[in-house]
Design a protein around this ligand. Structure first.
Ligand code: NAP
Ligand code: ZN
Length: 360
């Protein structure tokens, strides 16, 4: 048994400002990778620029990362950042994931993009510093990334492992999330905790984190039903998200994430929503009922029906046709990577039931 999560996490108020020298210590020219606008609106981009300029580090901005970033965007970013020494990435999972791929492509310019993103493992990469702003994917504490591959019309897992060298957490940036982004990203963190706990690769170390993350999340869950959250509540979600990253960096995610990719690709559903809406159905097919009960108790739900009702009150019911169901069920049944992370045998009927429970 082992536990490996080498990212240095620094959480504070005004974290970027207080760690300006550290942020500027990885090279002479930084490549800043963000989404289209949120990093400018929530102030994180300006904080980074101020920190770099105060320490004589020049910088280039790439602010074209879309949600669920595509292979084409990773390539465009790698071309724009080819001369940079290291990457500072600000945002939700999309820019941070994109930056991990760019870090590999920039360090290996002679290699084929597809081979680097989806074939090779252990390739060299530029140093990545992460400043997360959604609460969220946990990508600030995982080596993973997920890219939209339009050639195969779904999302695919990055084959390389790129942990950020440091992740700077400051809840003030998270407070800018609109309700729909907040709800979806916070639910994503819960799905990581649950899929990591109900996981073939779970160890006592990952379980300690998973149970604490689930407890923390459960304490603030009602805040997602409201229009606004307090800074204290958002801090709990932010911490649960990073802890969830600790968990899945050891275990990986499992069946709901694999099932959710098509809901995002074909139905435009946000990543966290796509997984969250499947969670109650997923837990209903899990054979370890003691663990399921433990999760529900920690979250403060009396049964799976109440838990499913909570998710539907956040997202509404899932709408799929019979054709959709059949196509997506076939896909997950062929996704050996996700299936092997789930400890019980799963049948195609189970998969259909998970989708149907979200539709009922
Ligand atoms: P996201 O796609 O990064 O961002 C969603 C939206 O929220 C964007 O419009 C973004 O705007 C906005 N936004 C981000 N931070 C904000 C803030 N503080 N205030 C206001 N708006 C903000 O969302 P995400 O859910 O964090 O990331 C999803 C991606 O992560 C998916 O591709 C998913 O597959 C991946 N993922 C990765 C891992 C992993 O371990 N690597 C785990 C789970 C999911 P801008 O575009 O303007 O920035
Ligand atoms: Zn996720």
């Amino acid at each position: 048994m082992q536990y490996y999560m080498p990212t240095r996490i620094i959480e504070d108020t005004d974290t970027v400002k207080k760690n300006a020298e550290l942020l500027a210590s990885y090279g002479q020219h930084a490549f800043i990778v963000t989404g289209k606008s949120s990093a400018k609106i929530n102030g994180a981009y300006q904080d980074v620029v101020d920190a770099l300029e105060a320490n004589g580090v020049t910088h280039t901005l790439f602010d074209q990362v879309e949600e669920n970033p595509s292979v084409e965007t990773i390539e465009a970013g790698a071309a724009a950042g080819a001369e940079c020494d290291y990457i500072i990435t600000i945002g939700g999972g999309s820019p941070i994931d994109a930056a991990k791929g760019m870090a590999v492509l920039i360090a290996n310019p002679e290699h084929d993009t597809y081979d680097m993103l989806f074939g090779q493992t252990g390739s060299k990469h530029l140093t990545v510093v992460a400043i997360p702003t959604t609460g969220g994917t946990g990508t600030e504490s995982t080596p993973y990334a997920i890219y939209t591959d339009h050639k195969v019309k779904t999302k695919r897992n990055f084959s390389q492992k790129v942990f950020p060298i440091i992740s700077l957490l400051d809840v003030k940036y998270y407070m800018f999330m609109p309700k729909n982004v907040r709800v979806s990203t916070c639910v994503d963190a819960l799905t990581h905790l649950v899929e990591g706990y109900m996981n073939t690769n779970a160890t006592k170390y990952s379980d300690y984190n998973a149970l604490e993350g689930i407890r923390l999340w459960g304490q603030v869950k009602d805040a997602l039903l409201r229009e606004d959250v307090t800074e204290e509540e958002m801090t709990a979600f932010m911490n649960a998200s990073t802890i969830a990253g600790f968990v899945i960096s050891q275990t990986g995610t499992s069946i709901p994430h694999g099932m959710g990719y098509h809901l995002t690709y074909y139905h435009g559903m946000a990543h966290g929503q796509a997984n969250g809406i499947l969670m109650a159905g997923y837990l209903s097919v899990c054979q370890n009922k003691d663990k399921v009960k433990q999760i529900l108790d920690l979250l403060g739900f009396k049964d799976l029906e109440t838990f499913g009702g909570y998710m539907k009150s956040l997202f509404g019911p899932l709408c799929l046709t019979e054709d959709d169901l059949n196509t997506y069920a076939d896909y997950i049944m062929s996704n050996a990577r996700k299936l092997k992370n789930h400890p019980d045998p799963i049948t195609r009927d189970d998969v259909m039931n998970i989708y149907k429970k979200a539709m009922a």
